[in-house]
Design a protein around this ligand. Sequence first.
Ligand SMILES: [Zn+2]
Length: 64
Amino acid sequence: MARKMVDCRTMPSDINCTLTIAGEEDEVLDAAVAHAVAKHGHEDGPELREGIRGGLVDVEPALA
Ligand SMILES: [Zn+2]
């Protein structure tokens, strides 16, 4: 399975977060949701998950 990453810098954010999470899609999704709820004040739910899933990109070889 291809590793994916989500970069907080590409997400709308009011705390100038620079976190990057990389791993398999489900792992990234779970971690990113937990992070979004804990640090960005988002509410866990289908909308948040779909939004994060839409922001996933393939991990560059240097980070894989
Ligand atoms: Zn963040």
